[in-house]
Design a protein around this ligand. Structure first.
Ligand code: NAD
Length: 426
């Protein structure tokens, strides 16, 4: 049976199935390389728990609309599960499952005491009012409240969800439990126990990975030509950080098109003009397509938007020497092989975009302790974690003669497999 989504689009559904199957393929390869028996793969290939909920929401016009939501908990052998909640019309149960597995891998790579979780609601927040979004966010928490909590499963922001939505969700959970529970969710506003540096953490992590990858490839960041696909939370902060590192951002894009200037774009101006959904290109006449953007002549390419952007169709045309995946799943497995065979250093999503979950973990630790850190402390800790993790994956890739994606999966899956074994599950 194919997964259901808001559009009913068979292509979208097939793509999401492909993402899950690709993830399972690499997990199997990683476990085989590490010498684990088949039952470990059988345990880890799907989430241990998957909940589907139907959420009635009173709309502003007085009608009631029923939304479908999901929460997947991949593996809680290491600790509580953790991962974002996505609001998007094309969310499917298959996608949420795959994303929860990726969260487990990320937690393993940066060595956090978590397993992976993920949530999603089929909806289009761009067409919903502020109050409708609040009712939907609260309804979702009521629907999943039995299986989540600060020591069970800790949600966070993802595509089209933000700190305001986290605040409503935290408030709803605290009301249900009848005590204040800031550690129930991360990505909250600072005044509600959010962490300094959380909003820009994913982009900071990507920046650290780019810096380390550039060192390995002998590319100086000063003057390096960078292309970023997507100008939302991850992409826009990243463009700013790379610009501040002295790189030249020659291309950026959003869902409606891309901007290109070989002399470098005015990032501060674009940041100022982008809307809360990461849209900015609509303001310009001279745009190029996302397809053209990916194939631009540049040193570093950062897909920071959606899945399946680099495929076997365009992998041969990618001109960057380094591809760093800020988005989840932007490169297919076939494209990974093509890029690697061409000598392009690909830093995979499960490593490159793990800055977000790392600072989410810092936020949860601060909430549990009731003791808060400065932005400098957060940044220093993040830097240390990411540099170690990058080098761990890079060295595994060199020592075991495998590509960076397989190396990252080998690092990411090991702790879960060991913890499941010690618990006597397998
Ligand atoms: P966002 O919603 O803030 O921004 C998404 C951006 O992608 C927007 O600029 C949007 O216009 C653009 N986009 C949407 N559809 C597109 C399309 N078809 N073609 C080109 N561009 C398109 O989302 P975000 O939080 O920046 O997340 C982006 C990616 O990074 C996702 O894959 C997400 O899972 C991943 N990620 C984000 C975080 C985080 O903390 N924000 C953490 C880990 C991974």
């Amino acid at each position: 049976m194919v997964a259901q989504n808001g559009t009913g689009n068979q292509n979208v559904e097939a793509e999401k199935l492909d993402v899950l199957e690709s993830t399972q393929t690499v997990i199997k390869e990683a476990l085989d390389k590490l010498g684990y028996p088949d039952e470990v793969y059988e345990l880890l290939k799907e989430p241990m728990r998957m909940m589907t909920v139907r959420i009635p929401v009173r709309m502003d016009d007085g009608s009631t609309k029923i939304f479908t939501g999901y929460r997947a908990q991949h593996n809680d052998s290491v600790g509580p599960t953790k991962g974002g909640v996505r609001f998007h019309p094309e969310v499917t149960d298959t996608e949420v499952k795959a994303l929860s597995i990726w969260m487990s891998l990320k937690a393993g790579i940066v060595d956090l005491p978590y397993g992976g979780g993920k949530g999603g609601i089929i909806c289009d927040p761009r067409n919903m009012s502020f109050r409708e979004l609040e009712r939907l966010s609260r309804g979702y928490v009521r629907a999943i409240s039995q299986i989540v909590g600060p020591t069970k499963d800790i949600p966070a922001p993802d595509v089209f969800t933000n700190s305001q939505i986290m605040a409503w969700m935290m408030d709803e959970y605290s009301r249900i439990r009848e005590f204040d529970s800031p550690g129930f969710i991360t990505g909250k506003p600072l005044v509600l126990g959010g962490s300094h540096g959380r909003e820009s953490a994913t982009a900071k992590g990507v920046t650290i990975c780019i810096r380390e990858a550039a060192k390995k490839q002998g590319i100086p960041l000063e003057g390096a030509r960078v292309v970023v696909q997507g100008f939302g939370n991850a992409g826009s902060f990243l463009a700013k950080f790379m610009h501040d590192e002295g790189a030249k951002i020659i291309g950026i894009s959003d869902a409606y098109g891309a901007l290109y200037d070989p002399e470098g774009l005015d990032i501060d101006y674009l940041l100022d003009r982008r809307d809360s959904f990461g849209t900015v290109t609509k303001l310009f006449k001279n745009t190029i397509s996302n397809k053209e953007l990916l194939e631009l002549d540049c040193d570093i390419l950062v897909p920071a938007a959606i899945e399946n952007q680099i495929t076997e169709q365009n992998a041969h045309n990618i001109k960057a020497q380094i591809v760093v995946e800020a988005a989840n799943g932007p490169t297919t497995l076939r494209a990974t092989k093509i890029l690697t065979d061409r000598g392009i250093l690909l830093v995979p999503d499960v490593l490159a975009s793990s800055g977000g979950v790392t600072v989410s973990y810092f936020e949860w630790v601060q909430n549990n302790q009731g003791f808060y850190w400065t932005e400098k402390e957060v940044d220093e800790r993040l830097e240390k974690v990411l540099i170690n993790s990058f080098n761990n994956v890079y060295n595994t890739s060199k020592n075991r003669k495998v590509n960076m994606r397989l190396a990252a999966y080998m690092v990411g899956v090991r702790k879960m497999a060991e913890a499941s074994r010690f618990r006597g599950w397998i």
